[in-house]
Ligand binder design. Structure first.
Ligand code: SF4
Length: 178
């Protein structure tokens, strides 16, 4: 919660707000977010790959392995591994994220994806869809936090339900602090 703010605080994958933090130095601004959510919440932008020190631009990564233990490896060079860097950053961010009232994640990202990030075997065959490394730590550690990804946000009912959950989380936080 931003002190004195009249709106909930929601964390978001910062590329969705238009920040040029992707591996290729570009963004993935989503007009739905600006149109429907920016009038209701204050944002806390987070880019785990930049936060973990991977830089911009940087080599693209992908998830390789099993659903229980995926690794984040370079797409072009599989000897590049950033699994520990992303997991450590997620642990470092947990104290800051305990105060937010929701989280909007970027779908299909090896770091931020909630449910639909491709998981490959070592030969490049897609095995399944799963959560990104950063998102899975946050969701496991903060099970009551309302979460959604930008694909799910395009569904009117899911978006409305997410906003209700965010508002409820915010009210609860205010009551606990008063
Ligand atoms: S790590 Fe997350 S916030 Fe950063 S560019 Fe990738 S999807 Fe966007």
């Amino acid at each position: 919660m931003v002190p004195g703010s009249k709106r909930p605080l929601v964390a978001i994958s910062s590329c969705l707000l238009g920040e040029n933090v992707r591996y290729d130095g570009r963004h993935k601004r989503d007009p739905c977010i600006a149109q429907y959510l920016s009038t209701h919440v204050d944002w806390k932008p987070v880019c785990p790959e930049v936060g973990a020190g991977l830089g911009v631009p940087r080599p693209a990564i992908q998830l390789v392995g099993t659903e229980e233990r995926p690794a984040a490896l370079g797409v072009e060079n599989s000897s590049l591994e950033v699994t520990e860097a992303l997991l450590e950053y997620a642990q470092r961010m947990l104290p800051e994220l305990r105060d937010v009232n929701g989280y909007v994640f970027k779908s299909r990202s090896p770091s931020c994806g909630l449910v639909d990030t491709p998981l490959f075997d070592s030969s490049g065959q897609e095995l399944a869809q799963t959560a990104g490394l950063f998102a899975r730590v946050i969701v496991a550690a903060l099970p009551a936090l309302p979460v959604i990804d930008e694909q799910q946000l395009h569904d009117t009912q899911r978006r409305a339900r997410f906003l209700q959950q965010v508002q409820a989380c915010w009210q609860q936080q205010k009551s606990a602090g008063s």
